[in-house]
Design a protein around this ligand. Structure first.
Ligand code: T46
Length: 144
């Protein structure tokens, strides 16, 4: 996967007759203190969302119903991930460009975040993103 991203499995209780339940607990399940939760729904299939990066935010995305195609970018790589399983979670850390496409009808995308909403943490211009991300990832490599 791209730097600052990974997929992981959420464990829970599964029962063919009784149904399924997945608990989410910070530190055990989620690798940060959860300070904000939001969900995205009612997205027309022709709409795409995102087209930005965050400078500092850590997030975990869980598609609790339906399906969405995530396009993730760093300066040198692009990757696509389909989220269509409520027991699968996608971690996205700082400085990863994200786009959301092809929402199926009724999709609900749950997002857990480690900071309150902060407009100034967003980079919405792709050229600006590339410029900041190159410095960010070069700095990370230097510190190793
Ligand atoms: C992200 C992807 C996965 C708020 O007022 N509070 C909030 O916590 C959020 C997330 C958004 N908003 C407002 C800001 C905009 O007026 O809701 C509106 C839609 O937000 P935005 O266009 O940023 O939505 P997406 O779907 O493009 O991006 C969202 C998150 O903003 C972003 O952090 O990573 O989901």
């Amino acid at each position: 996967m791209l730097k600052n991203t990974y997929l992981f499995k959420l464990s829970g209780s599964h029962d063919l007759e009784y149904g399924d339940l997945i608990p989410i607990e910070e530190s055990d399940t989620i690798p940060f203190v959860i300070r904000r939760v939001y969900y995205i729904y009612n997205v027309p299939s022709a709409s795409s969302r995102g087209y930005h990066s965050h400078r500092n935010l850590n997030q975990v995305l869980i598609c609790v119903h339906g399906s969405v195609r995530m396009v993730l970018k760093t300066p040198d790589k692009t990757e696509e991930v389909i989220l269509n399983d409520p027991s699968q979670a996608l971690y996205i850390g700082p400085m990863v460009w994200r786009e959301m496409h092809d929402f199926s009808l009724g999709t609900v995308l749950l997002v857990l975040a480690d900071h309150h909403y902060d407009k100034s943490d967003y980079i919405r211009n792709f050229d600006q993103y590339i410029s900041e991300a190159r410095k960010y990832f070069a700095g990370e490599a230097d510190s190793k």
